[in-house]
Design a protein around this ligand. Structure first.
Ligand code: NAD
Length: 310
């Protein structure tokens, strides 16, 4: 190895050590920070909370940390729902938690949970439609069936959140402190929904639909104070991307994960949860109809030849 190569290799080893320390700090943020009030008294629904490393679970914990009143937490897979409920209730005894096993694209379930929130809490403030699935097949082996399934889970679920979530948010209930219509609907899209190169054709199309819904719904709901935005995560280490991360680690290429964005690293669920918290809270009261990329800068640039302008 030449002297130049040795220096480069040492630099990238140092960078990766710093990245790991940075991620550890981000992930220990909740344990090390005092309770907040940014979601005080808010009644929230979150879908796709079942995965232990997922964006939904991280968001449920953060929403509870910030004083949410009642969390309705939904996942198709019931395995980890009891643990999530117990964890939130142990750490935040003042937060009420209801877990529901079911499909986020099931109209009866979604209209039902919105009605349940109205019945039990008299209002709905936040709907975070986060459930989603990824696909792996290239174009030649993508079937109509798999296309429609990913559209159903990823896009229809968001439509139902907008449709029934907004209807519930239009209900006024002065006795519960809701004197005007309003609320925040957050949809998890993806950078794959912004442009090509970050996912399969069916997954990307389903996420582009989600981004479109955020923009359209904002106008459909004008003058109601119901805001609709989508979050476009980049490469995040969650249950969905475990295979990618395991594969890279097995090949000793873990330091290269995320190297295409200007931060030069992958993200973690807690970083997407912080964006969801901001959009859920009144701190983002004038942000509406936006597709917010949380991707380390990945989607901000055309492809770059390292060493030219970057
Ligand atoms: N991880 C990434 O790099 C990444 C990047 C961009 C977007 N996203 C999006 O983020 C969202 C959250 O995914 P994640 O990365 O936390 O993955 P994850 O697989 O860890 O979590 C997704 C959760 O959604 C649940 N789910 C799937 N289908 C469902 C359905 N029909 N009804 C209810 N629950 C269902 C799963 O059981 C799982 O618990 C997804 O919409 C995903 O497309 C993830």
């Amino acid at each position: 190895m030449s002297g130049y190569d040795k220096t480069r290799s040492q630099e990238s080893a140092n960078f990766y050590e710093n990245t790991k320390a940075r991620i550890q700090k981000i992930q220990s943020h909740l344990a090390n920070s005092p309770r907040g009030t940014r979601l005080k008294d808010k009644v929230c629904i979150i879908t796709g909370v079942g995965s232990l490393k997922g964006i939904g679970r991280a968001s449920a914990l953060l929403f509870a940390h910030e004083g949410a009143k009642h969390l309705y937490l939904i996942d198709f897979d019931p395995t980890n729902l009891p643990d999530l409920k117990a964890t939130v209730e142990k750490l935040y005894p003042d937060v009420k938690v209801t877990t529901l096993q079911g499909d986020a694209a099931d109209e009866t379930l979604i209209s039902g949970v919105c009605e349940q929130a109205l019945r039990e809490q008299g209002k709905l403030d936040v709907f975070f439609a986060n459930a989603g699935i990824a696909t792996k097949d290239p174009l030649e082996s993508t079937t109509s069936e798999s296309f429609m399934n990913v559209m159903r889970v990823n896009s229809l679920s968001c439509f139902l959140a907008v449709r029934y979530g907004s209807a519930a948010m239009k209900k006024v209930n002065a006795s519960r402190g809701k004197t005007t219509t309003g609320g925040s609907i957050i949809l998890t899209a993806s950078v794959a929904g912004l442009r090509s190169g970050a996912g399969t054709i069916d997954y990307s199309a389903s996420k582009a639909a989600v981004n479109s819904m955020a923009k359209n719904a904002a106008y459909q709901l004008q003058k109601t104070d119901i805001r609709v935005n989508s979050i476009c995560p980049g490469l995040i280490e969650t249950g969905m991307t475990t295979d990618t991360f395991d594969y890279a680690r097995k090949r000793g290429a873990d330091a290269k994960i995320g190297q295409l964005n200007p931060l030069g690293r992958f993200g973690v669920a807690e970083e997407i949860a912080q964006a969801a918290l901001f959009l859920a809270s009144d701190d983002s009261s004038y942000i509406n109809g936006q597709n917010v990329a949380v991707d380390g800068g990945l989607s901000s640039s055309h492809p770059v030849i390292p060493g030219r302008w970057a």
